[in-house]
Design a protein around this ligand. Structure first.
Ligand SMILES: [Cu+2]
Length: 126
């Protein structure tokens, strides 16, 4: 092995040692929701055996909205969350906030429901 190759190897090891902690801290950060876009509306919605609270909220047309769902009981059937028009389907683990980012349409509303379409809620363009 030439001295150059040796130096190259040492450099790669050093780079790997430097890059790995950065990469792993990045993946930690990605498990949390990214920062909410400036100006976005955030709506916290709890899910219990009666459905969604609030079951309706308002947001400006064409703007991003962050919805944070937290299921608070094992009773009922709020374990799945469906946004039919957005083709979003998510599991709601008990007492773990789940973030859904949507963009409001120009008019009308964005609806969501449980997996069996029994609990219903909507974000209405204001
Ligand atoms: Cu249901």
């Amino acid at each position: 092995m030439s001295p150059d190759q040796k130096a190259n190897r040492a450099m790669r090891k050093l780079l790997a040692a430097l890059v790995f902690p950065i990469a792993s801290s990045c993946s930690d950060a990605s498990q949390k929701a990214p920062p909410i876009p400036p100006g976005a509306t955030e709506v916290k919605i709890s899910v219990d055996d009666k459905g969604y609270t609030p079951s309706e909220a308002r947001a400006p047309a064409g703007e991003p909205v962050r919805l944070v769902f937290t299921r608070t009981t094992d009773e009922g059937c709020g374990q799945q969350l469906v946004f039919p028009d957005q083709k979003i389907r998510k599991d709601l683990p008990l007492k773990e906030p789940v973030t859904v980012d949507i963009t409001m349409p120009a008019s009308g509303k964005v609806t969501f429901s449980c997996g069996m379409d029994m609990y219903r809620g909507a974000i209405v363009v204001e």
